[in-house]
Write a protein that binds this ligand. Structure first.
Ligand code: ADP
Length: 227
């Protein structure tokens, strides 16, 4: 049965509307991602990848169009509902890990769970378990500064999955790593996504990485084309 985790139609977004320097970034983007599907988002720099990911990630709003996440219509939802969706239903991974440097790996994975009211001991148990799935149980009590780039990014994956999201949004998640580490860390990410059965939209410039996902969507001229 078709059961989209993410569904959007006719998304448009521009900047500086009505001014001479108006930029139309999205001109009617449509896509649907089913439960458990892993989809690559490929776009040249400046095509509007970040704009689209920010809209889907509820960090920005479109000028027009519909957006449904986990079956819930996001149109007209207030800040409280959008924040709750971001914390519970969406997971984010960026090109840079953005871990909090003064906290350990485990604490970075514990914090989003505590924000949702999970007890300290249950959050610690889940954090250590998640770190174990990416081969980092022995680094649980180390701070990000003591970890390699690949290890930092693996901790960031665990943090993104801490609250059991339905949809993972990733923006060039291995873009900062050397090619060999990038390959290994990408395998870890795909393994995690497959094991947990969540859906993912992963932006990448790397067509080899894109080919390892279920589908590729290319952002061109403001809309998405299946390739
Ligand atoms: P990508 O992530 O694919 O590199 P972006 O979504 O960041 O692309 O940007 C798409 C286009 O929109 C670019 O031409 C960029 O200059 C423009 N843009 C992005 N944000 C703004 C903004 N706040 N104001 C004006 N133009 C913007």
């Amino acid at each position: 049965m078709n059961n989209p985790t993410l569904e959007f139609t006719g998304l448009t977004k521009g900047y500086n509307h009505g001014k001479p320097n108006e930029v139309k970034v999205l001109t009617g983007a449509n896509a649907s991602i089913n439960s458990g599907e892993v989809v690559a988002l490929v776009a040249p720099s400046g095509a509007g990848k970040s704009t689209l990911l920010h809209i889907i990630g509820l960090l920005d709003t479109p000028d027009a169009g519909t957006l449904k996440i986990a079956g819930q219509d996001m149109a007209g939802q207030g800040d409280a509902k959008r924040t709750l969706m971001r914390r519970t239903t969406l997971g984010f991974v960026y090109q840079f890990h953005h871990l909090l440097p003064e906290f350990t790996a485990a604490e970075n994975v514990i914090l989003p769970q505590r924000a949702m009211g999970v007890s300290a001991s249950a959050a610690r148990t889940r954090a250590v378990e998640l770190l174990g799935t990416v081969g980092l149980e022995h680094r649980a009590d180390h701070r990000p500064g003591e970890l390699s780039g690949g290890e930092q990014q693996r901790v960031a994956f665990c943090r993104a999955l801490a609250n059991n999201p339905r949809l993972l949004l990733a923006d060039e998640p291995t873009g900062n790593l050397d090619p060999e580490t990038s390959d290994q860390v990408f395998d870890v990410l795909i393994g995690l996504v497959r094991d947990t059965g969540l859906s993912a939209l992963i932006a990448t410039h790397n067509l080899d990485l894109a080919a390892r996902m279920d589908r590729t969507l290319r952002l061109q001229n403001g809309h998405l084309v299946e390739t």
